[in-house]
Design a protein around this ligand. Structure first.
Ligand code: PMP
Ligand code: GLN
Length: 382
């Protein structure tokens, strides 16, 4: 019999997050693998969802987003970045950044097109591109700094290149692209008339300086699909409310895919995220300062346990070099850690086509309460 799974998806197996969370559950390990907070999101956001459910806002909603959320996303982009997006014509709500990325790949790529990815890259990009028949062309960022090599980027462009995908702050390594690097990316996009697809789900988790969207650089707004989601910013990763801002022609394309993937995203959660995005400046400042403290707690503990830590500039992940512990195989290390030490983590090589460069690196999530972080660190130190 023909194998059930299409060869387009066969190479991608089961996600590393599923694998490591299963191991954590099986061994009762503290899960610093899959990135989800072990504390709840803000009361006022949860209340808004409950209110909407009680008020009967429970049927299908407008395909491209409830007007309340489209307006609020647009206002948020103006407030933080000075970017103007028309709420009805240029903002689309999706079921998470994952769906936004998938719909973007489905709608903008033809078979044989190429997208440039910076490695390490988030796990859903390659299968998303493969489903659209597109090819990923990988430009490596080299540890420990993961600095962009502008010449390598220029060499990766071919006549088939359609877009550059940029994730900043970067999961898994916590790098925030410097302005000079963003300018290099923008320059290549303008010179070759490429699209940019930006994954900015960690936009509110930049520990030093400010988040700079690629769309704010000259000539970039008109060619960029700017994607983000509410999961990280409101510590409600299970809600899966994402959004994309893009000029009208691109937005029309994204919606052509979205209407046949999920059609629309649950209304009560959209209304609640709208309430969240309207939070005052103190909410966002407090959010990042709480996370800075969690980052410092985890990094100090890992260093004390003998790891060489690469302190992240953003995201809620820290990457540690395991060679001082006498290990150099991140996957084998992460597969044994839950049983051996009672802690789960993620191998950085899972985000790479060419794992050799990062085999010594393991990702730990610090979106956890102090008690959870301390429990994990005590186990790692033992
Ligand atoms: N992009 C990156 C870089 C992520 O880390 C994640 C998940 N944490 C996503 C996209 C997916 O976001 P969502 O849960 O909103 O689909
Ligand atoms: N984005 C999350 C992480 O990097 C995982 C999301 C998922 O499990 N697909 O940990």
């Amino acid at each position: 019999m023909r194998p059930p799974l299409t060869p387009r998806l066969a190479p991608f197996g089961t996600t590393i997050f599923t694998e490591m969370t299963e191991l954590a559950v099986r061994h009762g390990a503290v899960n610093l693998g899959q990135g989800f907070p072990d504390f709840d999101g803000p009361e006022f956001v949860k209340e808004a969802a409950l209110r909407a459910i009680r008020d009967g806002r429970n049927q299908y909603v407008r395909m491209f987003g409830l007007p309340e959320l489209n307006r609020t996303v647009s206002a948020h982009r103006r407030r933080f970045y000075g970017l103007d997006y028309d709420p009805d014509g240029e903002v689309t709500v999706f079921s998470g950044a994952t769906e936004a990325l998938f719909a973007t790949f489905q709608s903008l790529f033809d078979a044989g097109d190429e997208a440039i990815l910076f490695e390490p890259f988030y796990d859903s990009y390659r299968p998303g591109l493969a489903n659209a028949g597109a090819r990923a062309v990988v430009v490596p960022l080299t540890p420990p700094g993961f600095t962009l090599d502008a010449e390598a980027l220029a060499r990766a462009v071919t006549p088939r290149t359609r877009a550059i995908v940029l994730n900043s702050p970067l999961n898994p390594v916590g790098k925030v692209f410097a302005r000079a690097e963003l300018e290099a990316v923008a320059e290549v996009c303008r010179r070759h008339d490429l699209l940019a697809i930006t994954d900015e789900v960690y936009e509110h988790l930049v520990f030093e300086g400010q988040h700079v969207p690629l769309a704010t650089l000259p000539g970039m707004r008109e060619r960029t699909v700017m994607i983000s989601s509410a999961g990280k910013t409101f510590s409600l990763t299970g809600w899966k409310v994402g959004y994309a801002c893009a000029p009208e022609p691109l937005t029309r394309a994204l919606r052509a895919a979205h209407q046949f993937v999920t059609f629309c995203t649950p209304g009560p959660f959209q209304l609640a995220v709208a309430a969240g995005l309207e939070a005052d400046d103190e909410f966002f400042a407090r959010f990042v300062s709480d996370y800075r403290a969690r980052r410092d707690r985890l990094c100090a503990g890992l260093a004390a346990a003998g790891y060489r830590v690469l302190v992240p500039q953003g995201t809620y992940f820290a990457v540690a070099d395991i060679r001082p512990l006498g290990c150099d195989d991140d996957l084998a290390f992460c597969r044994t850690l839950p049983e051996a030490k009672g802690v789960a983590a993620i191998p950085v090589s899972a985000f790479c086509e060419e794992p050799a460069r990062v085999r010594h690196l393991v990702r730990f999530a610090f979106c956890k309460s102090d008690a959870t972080l301390d429990a994990a660190l005590a186990r790692l130190a033992g």
